[in-house]
Ligand binder design. Structure first.
Ligand SMILES: Nc1ncnc2c1ncn2[C@@H]1O[C@H](COP(=O)(O)OP(=O)(O)OP(=O)(O)O)[C@@H](O)[C@H]1O
Ligand SMILES: [Mg+2]
Length: 347
């Protein structure tokens, strides 16, 4: 008598097994009945069904075949496109503490300084730090017509999960809650027309990242890293997440790349060097910028002032403005390429 493995083996010859669900074998007079669900896009259903029947008929003992059709529908692409936002950029890192939020905030301010209309969404459900970096702690959110009004600061429209939770209160985020929150912060907000929405992702490549990437029609992702090897191998995970989800990788920002002595101008590469360049070589992703260690960043951040506002003539500010131009140009290019920028998921 044939076994389940035989059925799978036969089907594997003619289709991807992800299309095959719930295979059952039932005894019938003179042999067995094979029953399974065929899950496939509607336009491929007939052909796959025929192939499956032919393959199964060749197996000994099979006297009856029942295929239940389960057509899958591609996710509605239109639903995912935010009508008012042109480029949505995710800033991620594989590892915490590499300066992701600092980069997200300063990139957003730099884009605004270049005359773009910019929103900043602090999507770090685990440790929202944008309110502090922008001096917006304790901000109250207001709604109009059932939609949240973002807080305005330094020419940015800002929304943070931190506005909704008390400081120092741990929140246990479960997958569905994260998804719901992202959904709300994306759709139920008066973003107005924006050229860029910068999203500060939580570190890592878990549920919240995947959830947000699925929800938003991302133009692309930026991965932040430091030059150390460990951080580099972590950033590879972040890059691979984008690749897997079919989201273009805009490039890598290497933070804390070097320290320039303010007295003599001597440059020290404290964390080693060449990390960003190595990534560029190995993974084919662009090294967008290398940012210096800037003691003023910490001070400015603590005062609620991004460094490019607090120290517009600093080296960091200069690099951020260049980064803003590079990112803007890259987004234009990706838009022209008509990359779908959405994950290829079937439900
Ligand atoms: N180039 C820099 N020079 C000096 N200090 C920096 C620099 N970049 C970031 N920092 C400091 O490092 C700390 C961590 O930065 P930040 O909060 O941006 O990291 P993060 O990756 O968002 O962290 P988390 O994973 O906790 O979200 C902050 O205190 C910040 O001020
Ligand atoms: Mg952060």
């Amino acid at each position: 008598m044939i076994k389940l493995e035989d059925v799978y083996a036969a089907l594997k010859e003619v289709m991807d097994l992800k299309n095959v669900r719930n295979v059952l074998l039932q005894k019938r007079e003179g042999g067995v009945k094979v029953k399974f669900q065929l899950s496939a896009p509607a336009d491929q259903m007939e052909e796959l069904k025929k192939k499956a029947e032919e393959a199964l008929k060749k197996l000994p003992d099979v006297v009856e075949i029942e295929i239940e059709e389960k057509p899958t529908t591609p996710v509605n692409v239109k639903m995912r496109r935010h009508p008012d936002i042109r480029h949505i950029i995710a800033v991620t890192s594989g590892k915490g503490g590499v300066g992701k939020s600092t980069v997200a905030v300063n990139l957003a301010v730099a884009l605004a300084a270049r005359g773009h209309r910019v929103g900043l969404l602090d999507g770090d459900v685990y440790g929202p730090s944008v309110p502090k970096m922008l001096g917006l702690e304790g901000s109250q959110l207001y709604a109009k017509d059932g939609k949240i009004i973002p807080v305005e600061r330094f020419g940015l429209k800002v929304l943070s999960i931190g506005f909704l939770i008390e400081e120092d209160t741990p929140v246990i985020w479960r997958g569905p809650l994260v998804h719901k929150t992202y959904e709300q912060f994306y759709y139920d907000v008066h973003w107005g027309e924006l050229d860029f929405l910068i999203v500060d992702f939580p570190p890592g490549t878990g549920d919240p990242q995947i959830s947000a990437s699925q929800l938003m029609r991302l133009r692309g992702g930026i991965a932040v890293t430091t030059p150390q090897d460990v951080a580099i191998s972590d950033v590879k995970k972040a890059i691979n997440m984008f690749v897997k989800m079919n989201i273009p990788v805009i490039g890598v920002v290497e933070n804390m790349s070097y320290f320039r002595c303010p007295k003599c101008g001597h440059v020290t590469k404290i964390f080693g060097e060449g990390g960003g360049e190595r990534l560029q070589k190995e993974m084919g992703v662009k090294l967008l910028a290398q940012l210096p260690i800037e003691p003023d960043i910490v001070k400015a951040g603590d005062m609620g002032m991004p460094v490019i506002v607090a120290r517009p003539d600093s080296e960091s500010a200069k690099v951020y403005l260049e980064l803003a131009d590079t990112v803007a140009a890259e987004c234009e290019r990706l838009e022209k390429e008509h990359r779908p920028g959405i994950p290829n998921i079937q439900i």
